[in-house]
Design a protein around this ligand. Structure first.
Ligand code: CTP
Ligand code: MG
Length: 250
């Protein structure tokens, strides 16, 4: 069997309007690093072979010089300009890929994706063709009518908050996006929805993590700082256990 080729499209071409800050949120500092660093590092350390970074037009060189080079992200093979909406940016990323069998699409604004989660998403794509990570919601969710009255209460255990990475067979997601762009009115909020609506295919939901938040508003930055400390503690614990095991084996 020939080796299957894997790639990630990491999105960082948004304007971060809801963050209301001068600097685009992907370059704001969390800990002592730009927000986008964390997602790139997770993919760099994962089973994925190569990364396409999508930035706002005109920011490609900045990303190469200030992020990809200094942090030594060797898997970032190309930096391409994104588009007006997220789905435009995704499509540009997908079109830039050559020789790819499986692709993971990830919001650069989700810093706490892990190499383990990436591996789970890839396995899901290999098994089901389409798979997205998410978590069951903790709150009861109500659907409202147009007048603001609750009209439906879905069973909580069946409602998921969807995250990224969203992972697909490359051929399948590319076909779905091509179909989307052949339509007149295009409005989608995630990649799974493109597969569901354009190809009428099922998308498998697999566990992500409650840590895997999207940094969207100012409040999320404070949460990200706290999560980062937890995360660093975990990493440190892992390193320490590895060291102990090594000594014990001697
Ligand atoms: N994104 C993108 N291209 C766009 C819009 C969004 O690559 N035209 C990326 C963002 O950079 C982010 C991810 O998609 O990593 C999720 O989008 P979101 O959180 O909505 O970020 P922004 O669009 O930047 O924020 P806002 O909606 O508040 O303007
Ligand atoms: Mg947005």
């Amino acid at each position: 069997m020939t080796e299957k080729k894997t790639a990630a499209v990491v999105l960082a071409a948004g304007k971060g309007r809801r963050m209301q800050s001068g600097v685009p949120k992907q370059y704001m500092s969390v800990g002592d690093k730009p927000l986008i660093y964390y997602a790139l590092r997770a993919f760099e350390e994962s089973v994925i072979e190569q990364i396409t970074l999508v930035t706002a037009p005109g920011e490609e060189e900045f990303c190469r010089r200030e992020i990809v080079k200094p942090y030594g992200f060797k898997k970032v093979r190309q930096i391409v300009a994104g588009g007006e909406e997220r789905f435009h940016s995704v499509y540009r990323g997908l079109c830039a890929l050559r020789n790819c069998d499986y692709v993971l699409i990830h919001d650069g604004a989700r810093p706490f994706v892990t190499p383990q989660m990436i591996a789970r998403a890839l396995s899901g794509a290999q098994q089901y063709g389409s798979c997205v990570v998410g978590m069951p919601v903790k709150d009861t969710i109500k659907v409202s009518d147009f007048d603001g009255y609750a009209c439906q209460t879905p069973k909580r255990e069946l409602v998921w908050a969807v995250q990224t990475p969203q992972a697909f067979s490359y051929k399948l997601i590319k076909t779905a996006y091509e179909k989307l762009f052949s339509k007149k009115d295009v409005a989608v909020t995630d990649d799974a929805m493109v597969v569901e609506t354009m190809l009428n295919r099922q998308v498998k939901l697999i566990p992500g993590s409650y840590y895997n938040i999207k940094v969207t508003t100012k409040e999320d930055l404070a949460v990200a700082e706290v999560f980062l400390k937890e995360y660093q503690k975990e990493e440190w614990k892992k390193k320490k256990s590895k060291k102990i095991l090594k000594i014990l084996k001697k």
